[in-house]
Write a protein of this length. Structure first.
Length: 439
């Protein structure tokens, strides 16, 4: 018994010490990935994000189509409170009902919302529905359409109202949602996404999501959305469009903390500049996923169009995030626990969790980040998954501060935010929030 305990202590110490020696491996493991890469097959997350991180079931997103779903989308991705939202129907129906819900606040459907008003009827020939938003608070909402046995969903965001009402902003990955949308918009048999064909360079910003209308990979956002509600957090919610309209100086005047809970892979150059400028003015950042700020897109005529990888354009994401995208699991490597190694460097993060250096928690992976030569000086590793995707490809949870007082956290795995309601992860997020949501 004593021998076993000594062995466990030695193993924990070795794993913790490894945190300080992983940088050369992580740098070497950051591979160049051709783009688009047909071999990088998109997958459907399975399971409930509130139950923790999910795996992949190996089915292409294009196979997720629900033939009896009602296809619909709002004509804008966000609206100010008091505006009239317009919902376009892409399918003929026999008439039905539409009802608005706030996501993450209830138990309705895959976006787990609660109704904010009774359903209203629409006729058989309706093609566009005008829906007054009223005095709703900022947040993620959706319309639920029903016609007989057919159902469909369409998300939208209500923009923040008075500046400074909330000092924390949450940015939803609306560009990335559309990049992974395998809907065949023109009916030519090829889904309109570069993940289906390298000839596709632009995708629509306001089109129905394939299947039931829920954004692809929304499971990564849902757990965090529910955590916000359950813990009583009040935030401003932004789309990529909303962030694109703000400068770093404007962000710094409005917010102390900007959180990216989901897979923020595709952003514009203006978004990258705003996030960098916010950080440079002492603004705090939290990335609860991986593979963020990776690819630049431009807005052209209601579409987002590929430009290139920021690191190839002289603007590496690691310089802002602290770490950068390493790889994805290639449908080969299972999710694994983090190993804690930074309690002494960030005791505030682990307070009350019971975690010590060498302890393991969670089940994470799918896509991972690690430090690179572009990471800011002093970037620390707080937890890691050694050789997550094979020798030299380790996941790193990182943290750094700047001389202007900015504090930047990166979870280093794509599914950290989805585990927000796990007790240990919830406490980690509470600690992170307390540390970052103040100047």
């Amino acid at each position: 018994m004593a021998s076993t305990a000594r062995h466990h202590r030695r193993l924990a110490a070795a794993l913790a010490a490894a945190c300080t020696t992983l940088l050369p491996l992580a740098v070497a493991a950051t591979r160049d990935h051709a783009w688009p890469a047909p071999a990088h097959r998109p997958f459907v997350p399975v399971g409930d994000g509130d139950d923790g991180p999910v795996g992949w079931d190996g089915r292409a997103l294009a196979h997720r189509e629900a033939t009896d779903a009602i296809a619909a989308s709002f004509t804008q991705r966000s609206y100010p409170a008091g505006a009239t939202a317009r919902l376009a129907l892409f399918d003929a129906t026999r008439g039905g009902t539409v009802q608005l819900f706030r996501a993450g606040t209830g138990s309705d459907g895959p976006m787990q919302g609660s109704p904010i008003r009774p359903p209203t009827a629409f006729g058989a020939h309706a093609r566009t529905l005008a829906l007054p938003i009223g005095p709703l608070g900022t947040g993620l909402y959706y319309a639920r359409l029903a016609s007989g046995t057919r159902v469909g969903y369409a998300p939208f965001v209500v923009q923040p109202g008075r500046p400074d009402a909330h000092r924390v902003a949450v940015v939803l990955p609306t560009n990335t949602w559309q990049a992974y949308n395998f809907r065949d918009d023109d009916g030519n048999g090829v889904p309109n996404t570069w993940y289906a064909s390298a000839s596709v360079r632009c995708v629509g910003l306001v089109r129905p999501f394939l299947g039931d209308g829920v954004p692809p990979h929304y499971v990564y956002d849902r757990g965090f959305e529910r955590w916000l509600v359950k813990t009583g957090k009040h935030v401003d919610v932004l789309t990529d469009d909303d962030l694109d309209r703000l400068s770093g100086a404007q962000l710094a005047r409005r917010y102390d903390l900007v959180v990216f809970p989901g897979h923020q892979e595709y952003v514009t150059a203006r978004e990258m500049a705003a996030v960098t400028g916010f950080r440079d003015r002492g603004g705090n950042l939290a990335f609860l996923s991986a593979n963020n700020l990776f690819r630049e897109v431009t807005y052209q005529g209601g579409q987002e169009c590929l430009v290139g990888r920021f690191r190839d354009l002289g603007d590496p994401e690691a310089a802002v995030i602290g770490a950068q995208y390493v790889d994805w699991n290639h449908d080969r490597y299972p999710n694994r626990p983090f190993v804690v190694c930074g309690v002494g460097r960030a005791p505030w993060l682990f307070r009350g969790t019971g975690l010590r250096d060498g302890a393991r928690f969670g089940v994470y992976g799918i896509e991972i980040d690690a430090r690179s030569t572009s990471s800011p000086s002093g970037t620390e590793v707080l937890a890691h998954i050694p050789d997550a995707f094979g020798p030299g490809e380790s996941a790193e949870m990182t943290y750094y501060t700047t001389s202007h007082g900015a504090k930047v956290f990166d979870a280093g795995v794509i599914n950290f935010g989805s585990s927000a309601l796990w007790p240990v992860t919830s406490r980690l997020l509470q600690n992170l929030w307390a540390h970052l949501a103040r100047p």
